[in-house]
Design a protein around this ligand. Sequence first.
Ligand code: GAP
Length: 552
Amino acid sequence: MAENVQMEKLVALCKRRGFIFQSSEIYGGINGFWDYGPLGVELKRNVKNAWWEDVVRKRDDIVGLDCSIIMNPKVWEASGHVGGFSDPMVTCKSCKKHMRADKVFFFYVLDEKEMADIKDLQEFQKKHSALEIRVTLPTALDVGIEADSISQALEQVDKAISESAKKNNVPNFKKCKILKALVAEDGDEAFLRVENKLGKKCWVIVKASKIAKQGDDRPCPGCFDRTSLTEPRQFNLMFKSYAGAMEDSTSEVYLRPETAQGIFANFKNVLDTSRMKLPFGIAQIGKAFRNEINPRNYTFRSREFEQMEIEFFCRPDEADKWYKHWRDARFQWYIDHGLRSSRLRLRDHEKDELAHYAESCADIEYEFPFGVSELEGVANRTDFDLKQHQEHSGKDLTYFDDVAKERFIPYVIEPSGGVDRATLAFLCEAYTEDEAPDEKGKMQSRTVMKLHPRLAPIKLAVFPLVKKDGMPEIAREIHQDALAAGLASFYDEKGAVGRRYRRQDEAGTPFCVTVDGQTLKDKTVTIRDRDTLHQDRISLQEVVSYVRERVE
Ligand code: GAP
């Protein structure tokens, strides 16, 4: 399924079934804000609960915390957010579009003549490690593309090259696939090589560049105007507000852009009250706000979102060990909850990619339908944050190791994930179209959300086959028993039973129980598995334990 088609279908299903709605939709919505409907809120809560249970409740070296969203603004001065939490923004003066300058890529595919003008072809090939240069386009292609990463932008260049070749009737054009980004950089331009899918030795050279100054003559990705893009300017992402009656600089506060700083600010409180010893972690789930220049890809980049973060404090000489532990444990967590490992990547940052405070950092990335993007980051933040807060607050944030008889500022390993991003990844992975038999045994296409049972919003649906002969009463009793046992159950007696199955398949309900004629004779029911469509016959008493064993 084409990526955008799959995304469109998922978005439509999420709205139709009550997973995700546009915020304030009746007023036309608001860019970058989303609401979770009855199914979505359960799914998201299950994601948070699974994380909390696994990282806090099932371990004795992590405690939880719940900090306020608005904190003393000095926190954000110490953390560097007031001075440095900004993205470079370009604006198109013609179409008024605002874009993150580091998310706009300009590509120029050389035409035949330009290629012929390259004086020393061999030298050029050698310099850019191209095996053979062949020009596929009779006219140069010059585009500006807004994307999250160069690889996502390249996918669009790939499409643009194909479309241009088709439009120009390029003889023998074979679809190209970009295999390797950035072969060589030359000033603010980079050369890329593009490999033909069908034959290894067909190459085109693409020049990619970034905007550096106004009047750079780059086409706006929105309206293609070449004269209207401004120079990048720094734009702080923190939302500002005022605390108290006065609206002036003395009452200015910020909505937190990450939950982490609340943990650092409470390090001493937690240490003194919980008497934890290194190594130990503090975990928090909560809202974070960023005035993203261009929120997009559904809930992926929102302006209000939830984070689930751990700050894991340890001795500096053990930081590397704990960094590897958390990187691998968090990667495995996503696999354990249903993300296919072939769609997950663990990408260690290059040294020059690291934030100034981080010694090492890895991104856990997922192949969304719109491209490979970050789900969670795991970083070794060293002692940077505690040192900053110690300096700015004047409070002692050291730790005394009573075994080694040493006092020092601990290092911190931070696994930082987004609840909404994880939820979106689980939704993307779950969306499946397959076939299932209807009541007459005829195969019909169905849409099914194959959510991990631990995350599924409803665990069990209960149907009476018909609305008579005492079947609804028995079905209601099973439903009430399941609810009383803490299992999210849904009772449905409306419409043909096949339709009821379809509705639950779309909601991602792993099990459906049907009370039928045989139930009246021997007190057994059928229980249907959402994914395999296999039906078991079990006794009424077994229903709750059968489901519980398979969803917890
Ligand atoms: N304390 C470190 C920190 O906040 P980050 O990489 O900026 O690091 C961590 O954010 C995670 O928060 C990301 O991996 C992502 O899952 C989530 N996140 C960040 N910005 C987001 C946004 N605009 N919308 C949704 N989730 C976001």
